[in-house]
Design a protein around this ligand. Structure first.
Ligand code: PAF
Length: 306
């Protein structure tokens, strides 16, 4: 059966020019250099494929930014270095033909899909010994639960920026910390790229779109709503307070909400300053909340402003 996000986009595919697929790193960089030479604007959306409406909203955003004459590149690459050994690299969902249709329908010009292994020293990962490490914003939240994750993300995104040479790159707010880390990396390393952070796209029941939702059993999918429910409840309490709330007390107050969803195991629930990502001493309007939870083996994340 097709995933629920497929049909409306698929219907429009025949009205769109097929997207050009680039596999080789050299070919991508030559194309990007030729565009630069012509003065083209290039918008870029890095992804790991198995696209959903959230990704498509990023591609559409890049398309709007680039205008009809500019170029939009979507990369599809399941980056091994951002997965720990116990994580889901081997079973990460893939559907390349469907991704191509979705990219074409959303107005992408090029899908850059490097072959497995080519990104890291021509298939010899042991020869790859250069890493990009952002060591402040990546320390907490996801970084605490997944210690090598952001090193993999910043390294692959730096490589992708060097291959695609984008003027603008669009990331989703669902991975708020990732977007902040990449913004910091781009600024610190002087990549001439502007980072746009686009809003999280949600299912009608509030669950944030994620390729990993595919792993959920129907019962787990029903209870995945716990993440957005926790956000809504926290927001309600913060908005009702004139003085701000103690984070420990607020976390306690949210326990009964989590208890309604016994299939979910909360990994962390944190309140933080959206500029520094430091833990908040006092939770008030503008503080951001991030939550990660396991449903079975599947780990989902969500976040939002309070
Ligand atoms: O957000 C993702 O899908 C990945 O972390 C990214 C940015 C494509 C890097 O592999």
């Amino acid at each position: 059966m097709l995933p629920s996000n497929r049909s409306p986009l698929m219907r429009s595919k025949r009205f769109h020019a097929p997207v050009r697929v680039v596999r080789s790193l050299d070919a991508m960089q030559s194309l990007a250099l030729a565009w630069k030479h012509e003065g083209q604007r290039v918008g870029f959306v890095p992804t790991m494929g198995y696209l959903h409406r959230g990704h498509i909203s990023l591609v559409e955003r890049a398309r709007r930014w680039a205008g009809p004459a500019g170029k939009v590149v979507v990369s599809i690459y399941v980056n091994p270095t951002q997965f720990a050994q116990n994580e889901d690299l081997g079973k990460y969902p893939r559907d390349f033909p469907r991704d191509l249709d979705l990219c074409a329908a959303a107005g992408a010009d090029v899908v850059f899909a490097p072959r497995d292994g080519a990104m890291y020293s021509g298939g010899q990962p042991e020869v790859h010994s250069t890493w990009v490490i952002e060591d402040t914003l990546s320390a907490g939240l996801e970084g605490r639960s997944r210690p090598t994750h952001f090193r993999g993300v910043t390294t692959v995104v730096a490589k992708l920026f060097n291959l695609v040479l984008p003027d603008v790159a669009v990331f989703g707010a669902k991975d708020f910390q990732q977007a902040a880390v990449i913004q910091r990396m781009a600024a610190n390393l002087n990549f001439p790229v502007r980072i746009i952070v686009a809003p999280t796209v949600r299912e009608p029941d509030g669950v944030a779109m994620s390729s990993r939702n595919k792993y959920l059993t129907p019962a787990q999918r029903d209870q995945a709503i716990v993440l957005s429910r926790l956000l809504i409840e926290a927001r309600k309490r913060v908005r009702a307070s004139t003085t701000g709330l103690d984070p420990i007390r607020l976390r306690e107050a949210l326990r009964p909400v989590a208890a309604v969803y016994p299939l979910a195991r909360i990994d962390y629930l944190e309140f933080f300053d959206p500029r520094t990502l430091e833990e908040a001493d006092l939770v008030r309007r503008g503080t951001r909340m991030a939550v990660a939870a396991f449903l079975g083996d599947t780990r989902l994340i969500d976040n939002g402003p309070l």
